[in-house]
Write a protein that binds this ligand. Structure first.
Ligand SMILES: [Zn+2]
Length: 117
């Protein structure tokens, strides 16, 4: 009979052993074989990768990043890449908003000068 505390998983990527339970290799950080993982505790909505991505880019913006970091289906690399792209996305969005605001302000000023209020 195997003791849970002494169970280890061999990493398919680098061959290092990691004590279970663990999601990622302690040596290289790659996700360990999901078939050997303990059964997932139900399919929580924030574990749905596409739903999280949709919420991230269309609803929550940078506020959705904690969902990404909590999601065990994203590897550390994907989490970093998503965080980075969210930062870029936010900067672009803010700049677009500022440009739009400036364009509206200029248009209002132009109309004001034409109409001689
Ligand atoms: Zn590894």
């Amino acid at each position: 009979m195997m003791d849970d505390a002494t169970r280890t998983e061999i990493c398919l990527a680098c061959g290092a052993t990691t004590a279970m339970p663990a999601m990622y290799c302690r040596q290289c950080g790659k996700p360990l074989d999901p078939a050997h993982q303990p059964a997932p505790s139900g399919s929580k909505w924030h574990q749905n990768v596409w739903l999280v991505l949709f919420l991230l880019f269309f609803v929550l913006g940078p506020f959705g990043l904690p969902l990404v970091w909590k999601n065990p289906r994203f590897s550390r690399t994907v989490k970093m890449a998503l965080t980075l792209s969210m930062v870029v996305y936010t900067v672009v969005l803010v700049q677009l908003t500022l440009h739009m605001f400036q364009a509206v302000t200029q248009e209002v000023n132009r109309l004001n000068s034409i109409l001689q209020f």
